[in-house]
Design a protein around this ligand. Structure first.
Ligand code: SF4
Length: 300
């Protein structure tokens, strides 16, 4: 069944031909690939979704200060801020995406969906969507299947790794997965789901990977929040019936082409962008000295 996931066009054709939907086609794929039963796959999804929600909650309740000091309980501040920009829901979307990603930066437990660097986007989006629309857990588990299908195709046609394709491949792919999941949950058509994916990728193209001091903290945490917002704006656009103009498969190819042409200093090497700003370099030197200080053979 691997052919199913080579392109979005093939995926849609498969669903139409077999009179099935995106989530069902992915669960069949998972069952065949992992030699697992439907119940085992669904149980794994339920566990993963719980871990996602727990990550959001622990970011609000536990101390989230990273060893470098760059992450310092930012999610809590947004969660409880009295200054609301758009709506309480938007505020919580941003806070939750920050929260789960801060947990990752502070070495807590997250679901890498699709990577640890982008681990705040799906939890922030799904948690908020479920609460706002009163969706059952089963629907959220199906949404995870749709998101997984989207990630499989992006990985096949382009990449999901910042070290290969820049941050567009990492937070961009997570945002695309989340946008597709939103439209799926809100009973969009396959075309609307794929439009949401395409529009999201269009918004995230070209984003470089430039983590300060090589740590997945700055700008990674705030990019999780912005990617969650873009996932929602793209889903809103797609659900209104606006066409992406450039088909989703071509958007993914564009992401691959841009990733290939990106210089290595923008691919998680910490040799370009924010990592080499004056402040970025100062932090990098400080982190390096701190790490040397705590090496075991330096302590005795
Ligand atoms: S900047 Fe790099 S390390 Fe940070 S989230 Fe983006 S791809 Fe991951």
């Amino acid at each position: 069944m691997a052919f199913l996931f080579e392109t979005f066009t093939d995926w849609e054709k498969y669903c139409t031909t077999h009179n099935t939907n995106l989530a069902q086609s992915v669960i069949e794929y998972e069952m065949s690939e992992k030699d697992s039963t439907r119940d085992e796959i669904l149980s794994g999804l339920a566990t993963n979704y719980e871990v996602m929600k727990q990550a959001v909650d622990s970011g609000f309740t536990e101390d989230m200060t990273s060893r470098s000091g760059m992450i310092n309980n930012g999610a809590k501040k947004v969660h409880t801020s009295q200054r609301t920009v758009l709506s309480p829901e938007f505020q919580q979307l941003v806070a939750r995406a920050l929260s789960a990603k801060e947990v990752n930066s502070c070495m807590g437990r997250v679901v890498a969906a699709p990577t640890a660097g982008a681990s705040g986007i799906m939890p922030g989006v799904l948690y908020t969507l479920q609460e706002l629309h009163g969706l059952p857990d089963d629907k959220m588990h199906e949404a995870l299947l749709v998101a997984a299908g989207i990630a499989l195709i992006i990985e096949h046609k382009s990449s999901l790794a910042g070290a290969v394709g820049g941050c567009q491949a990492e937070t961009g792919s997570a945002a695309a997965m989340a946008a597709g999941a939103i439209v799926f949950c809100l009973v969009g058509t396959i075309q609307e789901i794929f439009n949401a994916v395409a529009i999201t990728i269009q918004c995230m193209l070209g984003l470089v990977c430039d983590p300060v001091a090589g740590l997945v903290e700055v700008p990674c945490v705030v990019r999780n929040a912005s990617a969650a917002a873009i996932a929602n704006s793209s889903a809103q656009i797609a659900l209104a019936g606006v066409d992406s103009v450039i088909p989703v498969d071509e958007c993914v190819e564009a992401m691959g082409e841009i990733g290939e042409s990106m210089e290595n200093r923008y691919k998680e090497t910490a040799l370009g962008g924010l990592a080499v700003t004056t402040t970025g370099q100062k932090i990098s030197n400080k982190v390096l000295i701190h790490d040397i200080d705590i090496l075991p053979d330096q302590e005795g």
